[in-house]
Design a protein around this ligand. Structure first.
Ligand SMILES: Cc1ncc(C[n+]2csc(CCOP(=O)(O)OP(=O)(O)O)c2C)c(N)n1
Ligand SMILES: [Mg+2]
Length: 784
């Protein structure tokens, strides 16, 4: 068997290498000449031999044990190796008929690699079997754990680079075994690839001894198996033995868990694979050690087009694979063919990586009319008590989980905040997954729980990506300020999604949904560090109509927006709402319309033919804007006002990406020429950039928002300091009324002086009593 594996790996190494170098003479039928070499040599060689070694051995194990396996590659720069294996197993030809399993296909694949308008240099959504680009390193392990959740028969073989293993996200993801109940989930087989180097130096783990590594990973709860290409007389025999034992170990643990006889903490295997970086290529060049050194990371013999010595080294290396012996121009050697798993079992062709049927099923979503706020009032009286958006979402989520229990296809990810973010209703139905020892006094823990809590936003994001990309549903609930930790992961996911949306054979997947709560406006008790609305900016920067940010003003609207997000597909959605009870302004029917349109004139607060328009996005900003309107109406009753609520923004502007265009013209809401005072949940710049495409005369817009001013203070003072409070907004309106000659300058100055006094007395009260005056906290809307 070793010789069979050796042939397969020889073929995949050759196919990987020629992608990086050759634009002609692909089978080396002639002596290698400079013109056969690409003008720009772009790609990464060093990692490929270890990937090829692993892939071939996994193929053998798949066939021997009839495994349902997917391959998740951490160092996505090793894409030539992935592509070579997709070619060998026939998957590339299946998805890309332009690349037949012949010399012409091989030539096409080689030439088009890292070529303008050809194949990218890194793993990418256009490649079958891929659910992670691995351009930004660190996410393979968490993504793999996400993929195997609720997929009891799936094994995700995850190759982690030793450089990648130095990243924070990877370091924390080793702990994800503690969330994985073997009775109901599949398994991750981590393969830590110690090729000893990253781009330009040694890796820490590469220089750790076997004892140190064993202690570390045993401590994390794994059973480490070593495969050391430096030491083994027959490294293939060793890898086969290790893989067989690993598969048996996984199956035994799963079997015991599934028949109810597993009593102790499960311990899954992992493989620590030591290989020389650039294994089997050019030993030395220009007096430098290339193989088994960081110099093999990218392109080696990079001057092959210009320097005789490099060309010769390259040719000697490529010919060392003796590819002709393995491929006759039409067919691969029988031994190679024998290592290709049967249809349906090939890693590149795994249905799990495609979304759609049979893995994706839309959620059964309960009818939201059952969750209407306890309305005691009719439409003329819009204040129908107060309610917490998050508690309402919690009840709804509990029922979604109930309704879909038989499908086991929804998960909640939260960094230790399910209770504090008021989603505790879900614990009436499910628990928090926790497989390591429990204490009697622990609450809401179970081996099998739909809620995944871990104080690692990176791990949760990776889990969610893996879960969603394999056809299931989930949401990530976070403190608003700390979701920034994964902003870059979200960007990377958005890039993947942008391309994946246009790949025909990628089926439906659910949207990636975030709920951001414990928002900055009510983090006055935790202070400045907890005040950061910046995550939405990155999301709104994503070009294309697949990102939405919802700012529900009340609990009814939050519920409608939440349902919309959970029903949507192939998008990234962010819902921003507070967890404390706030006034309910909208009936469910109105809320539905607001969410559908993304923007609405709230009639109950609006006059005919307004002189000034107030607008707000967000729950507290809406409350303050409405309170400001009351102040203006009280002090300057002749000034006519309108209130426009902005329920969502997308990369396209106001409204969600489903709307694409507003139901009415921009001017229908914001008038043609009246002053508009906007109170925004996030940074004022965010709304300014959105307005750029609409507003002909930007000078009529005044924007209030988070001005990066915060501290430990009272809730109202938090808003005053950022000028999003009712008095600052009302002062702006009074100043506008003076400019419009609706009130005299003297009257205006008098009102503004009064508001300033109010602010000063509020401040004095807060300093004396440590709280806001009840006139502020108990304010309710009175219909004018
Ligand atoms: C988060 C992140 N930081 C930096 C880089 C730049 N980079 C690309 S490859 C690489 C080295 C990777 O080393 P390793 O994981 O050991 O991969 P391999 O040796 O298998 O090529 C680095 C630092 C990156 N891609 N992602
Ligand atoms: Mg490495």
């Amino acid at each position: 068997m070793s010789s069979v594996l050796e042939k397969f790996i020889r073929a995949s190494n050759y196919l990987s290498a020629i992608q990086i170098y050759l634009q002609d003479n692909f089978l080396l039928e002639e002596p290698l000449r400079p013109e056969h070499i690409k003008a720009r040599l772009l790609g990464h060689w060093g990692t490929c031999p270890g990937i090829n070694f692993t892939y071939a051995h996994l193929n053998r194990a798949i066939i021997a044990h009839d495994l349902e396996m997917m391959f998740v590659l951490g160092p996505g720069h090793g894409f030539p190796a992935i592509q070579a294996n997709l070619f060998l197993e026939g998957t590339l030809s299946k998805y890309y008929p332009a690349v037949p399993h012949t010399t012409s296909g091989l030539a096409y694949m080689s030439k088009q690699f890292s070529w303008p308008y050809g194949f990218p240099s890194h793993s990418n959504p256009e490649a079958p079997g891929v659910i992670l680009e691995g351009g930004e390193l660190g996410y393979s392990l968490a993504t793999s754990y996400g993929a195997v959740l609720d997929n009891p028969n799936l094994i995700a073989a995850c190759l982690v680079g030793d450089g990648e293993a130095e990243t924070g996200p990877t370091a924390t993801a080793w702990h994800l075994n503690k969330l994985l109940d073997p009775a109901h989930n599949g398994a991750v087989l981590p393969i830590l690839h110690l090729n000893g180097y990253k781009i330009s130096g040694p890796t820490f783990m590469g220089r750790m001894s076997d004892l140190e590594l064993h202690s570390l990973f045993y401590g994390y709860g794994y059973e480490p198996y070593f495969v050391d290409a430096y030491k083994e007389a027959d490294v293939h025999a060793r890898m086969m033995q290790v893989l067989d034992e690993a598969v048996e170990g996984i199956r035994f643990t799963q079997h015991c868990a599934r028949e109810g006889t597993l009593r102790e903490t499960p311990r899954f295997p992992m493989i620590i694979l030591r290989t020389p970086k650039g294994w089997g290529s050019i030993p030395e060049l220009d007096g430098k050690r290339i193989t088994d050194n960081h110099y093999s990371h990218q392109v080696i013999a990079e001057e092959a087009r210009h320097k005789e010595e490099h060309l010769t080294a390259l040719e000697t290396w490529l010919r060392s694979y003796n590819f002709k012996e393995l491929f006759d121009g039409e067919h691969f050697d029988d031994d190679i063919q024998s290592l290709i798993p049967r249809e349906g079992r090939r890693m590149g062709d795994t249905s799990h990586a495609r979304g759609g049927e049979p893995h994706y099923k839309p959620l059964i979503l309960p009818e939201i009319s059952n969750y209407s706020s306890s309305m005691t009032c009719d439409l003329d009286d819009p204040i129908c008590g107060t309610e917490s958006s998050m508690e309402k979402i919690g009840s709804y989520l509990r029922d979604i989980m109930k309704e879909n229990e038989h499908s086991r296809n929804i998960r909640l990810m939260s960094p230790d905040e399910t209770y504090s973010n008021k989603l505790h209703a879900v614990f009436e139905h499910t628990k928090r997954a926790f497989v390591w020892p429990h204490k009697e006094w622990d609450r809401d823990l179970a081996w099998d729980g739909r809620v995944l809590e871990m104080l690692s936003e990176h791990s949760l994001q990776g889990l969610l990506q893996g879960y969603v990309l394999t056809g299931r549903h989930g949401l990530f609930v976070s403190y608003e300020a700390f979701v920034q930790i994964v902003a870059s992961m979200t960007d990377q996911y958005a890039k993947f999604l942008k391309i994946a949306r246009d790949v025909k054979w990628r089926g439906t997947i659910a949207s990636l949904n975030y709920v951001l709560t414990s928002t900055g406006w009510r983090q006055e008790h935790n202070g400045f560090s907890h005040q950061n609305p910046g995550f939405i900016d990155g999301v709104l920067q994503r070009q294309g109509c697949f990102t939405n940010v919802y700012f529900p003003a009340d609990a009814n609207t939050a519920l409608v927006a939440f349902q919309t997000m959970m029903a949507s597909t192939k998008e990234i959605n962010v819902l921003v709402c507070e967890k404390r009870p706030l006034p309910v302004w909208r009936t469910l029917e109105e809320a539905k319309q607001d969410v559908e349109d993304g923007v609405a004139i709230w009639q109950f607060a609006s006059d005919e033919k307004p002189d000034i328009v107030f607008s707000a996005a967000g729950d507290y900003p809406t409350l303050e804007a409405l309170a400001a309107m009351s102040l203006v109406r009280h002090h300057a009753p002749k000034v006519k006002l309108r209130f426009v609520n902005i329920t969502s923004l997308s990369a396209l502007g106001i409204g969600n990406s489903q709307c694409r265009v507003l139901r009415h013209d921009f001017e229908h809401y914001f008038t043609e020429d009246k002053p508009v005072i906007i109170n925004f949940h996030g940074y004022p710049q965010t709304i300014k950039q959105v307005l750029f495409d609409y507003a002909v005369d930007a000078r009529r817009f005044t924007i209030h928002g988070y001005e990066e001013t915060g501290s430990t203070t009272t809730p109202f003072d938090m808003m005053v300091r950022n000028r999003v409070d009712r008095f600052h907004l009302a002062m702006d309106a009074i100043a506008e009324a003076v400019k419009l000659k609706l009130i005299t300058e003297k009257k205006g100055q008098g009102i503004i002086a009064l508001f300033k006094e109010e602010l000063a007395s509020h401040r004095a009260y807060a300093i004396e009593h440590g709280d806001d005056p009840t006139a502020i906290t108990n304010w309710v809307w009175e219909q004018h």
